[in-house]
Design a protein around this ligand. Structure first.
Ligand SMILES: *Cc1c(COP(=O)(O)O)cnc(C)c1O
Length: 341
């Protein structure tokens, strides 16, 4: 197979149209067979449920080339499970797990020429999503839906080296205690646009959101979970039912415990404790972990001892171990690597 003529290491994180995508429609209570198609356009009613009342959920995962030349995905079963949870919370039909994994496999295989080569740092990002398609004007769940997966090649996250981020403790809330923060819904992002635009205008990379009810506990950023390393070397991550359960974070905790022998803890983390942290990172599919160098809480600066030029030592070990597992350089736990070809 001839790879596309793309400058892999200089790709950014943007949409590049690839050859094929997967589409399945839900109507009269059932999903149709589903097809791969070259058609990158979506045509729906002007009154579609997704357009009026934002009934849509999504996922994000990557395919990449391992050291020994296989094309693989990382834990797509967990994306299927999480999308099922997201769909149920918005009264949308679940796209079955086996079919989800099959569709991921088909889309990657059909676009194998877009899967970046091993060592380029680039990956093929997959975006499964589902939305209400039939006309809905009175507020109610749609009865017809479309499930799609497209993919787009994306460049290395740490192009030009690692640059620790500066965060701002936000006065806006991302999620309410009994709201939708734990599901991957577009609506959680729509309302974060204002907050992130303001943060960028003020010179920050990301927002640190607090729990909405007490505004004393750390939740997450707009699109990544927190991992902290305490000064005594423990890996801690916030426990809350309003944060999105990151697959990367869950995998890193496992790696910390089982591969690195570190103590790990999922618990409430207070803003007031952050001075006691040695390292902080943001975890998600895009970067695996991006280090945080500084957190600014209304003028009070919390400078992580790991500094503004590199990853902290434990963050780095976590990053290298998980990316080693993903790329086939380190043996993976059973079921983590889904081989496509
Ligand atoms: C997708 C997402 C994450 C990261 O989850 P991964 O499964 O690790 O990619 C974290 N927070 C939010 C709000 C997200 O939408």
């Amino acid at each position: 197979m001839e790879k596309k003529n793309i400058d892999w290491s200089n790709l950014g994180f943007g949409y590049v149209q690839t050859d094929m995508r997967y589409v399945s429609n839900f109507k009269d209570g059932a999903w149709d067979e589903g097809v791969l198609t070259e058609d990158a356009q979506v045509t729906i009613s002007e009154c579609a449920g997704v357009l009026q009342y934002a009934q849509t959920v999504f996922e994000g995962l990557k395919a990449y080339t391992t050291e020994d030349g296989h094309i693989v995905c990382f834990r797509p079963d967990l994306n299927a499970d999480r999308m099922a949870d997201s769909a149920q919370r918005l009264i949308m039909p679940v796209f079955p797990k086996d079919r989800f994994i099959d569709a991921v496999t088909k889309v990657v295989a059909a676009n194998a020429a877009f899967v970046p080569p091993y060592g380029s740092g680039a990956t093929l990002y997959l975006r499964p999503y589902m939305f209400g398609t039939n006309p809905v004007i009175g507020v109610k769940p749609a009865t017809e839906y479309q499930f799609r997966i497209f993919c787009t090649p994306v460049g290395p996250y740490f192009k030009g080296g690692v640059k620790p981020l500066t965060l701002c403790v936000s006065d806006f809330d991302r999620a309410a205690p009994n709201g939708t923060g734990h599901i991957k819904a577009g609506l959680n992002y729509a309302m974060s646009m204002y907050a992130i635009t303001k943060a960028h205008e003020n010179g920050f990379d990301e927002n640190m959101y607090l729990d909405a009810s007490t505004r004393t506990k750390v939740e997450e950023t707009g699109g990544a979970n927190f991992l902290f390393v305490t000064k005594d070397g423990k890996v801690v991550t916030p426990k809350s039912n309003s944060i999105l359960p990151s697959i990367t974070r869950r995998s890193l905790l496992y790696v910390a415990k089982e591969y690195l022998g570190l103590e790990v803890e999922e618990r409430e983390i207070y803003l007031s404790e952050l001075d006691d942290m040695a390292e902080c990172g943001l975890c998600g599919t895009a970067a695996v972990i991006s280090p945080v160098g500084k957190i600014v809480d209304h003028g009070r600066e919390i400078c992580l001892p790991s500094g503004m030029t590199e990853m902290g030592p434990i963050t780095k070990k976590l990053y290298e171990t998980l990316t080693g597992i993903q790329m086939g350089r380190i043996e993976a736990p059973e079921g983590w690597i889904h081989v496509i070809k």
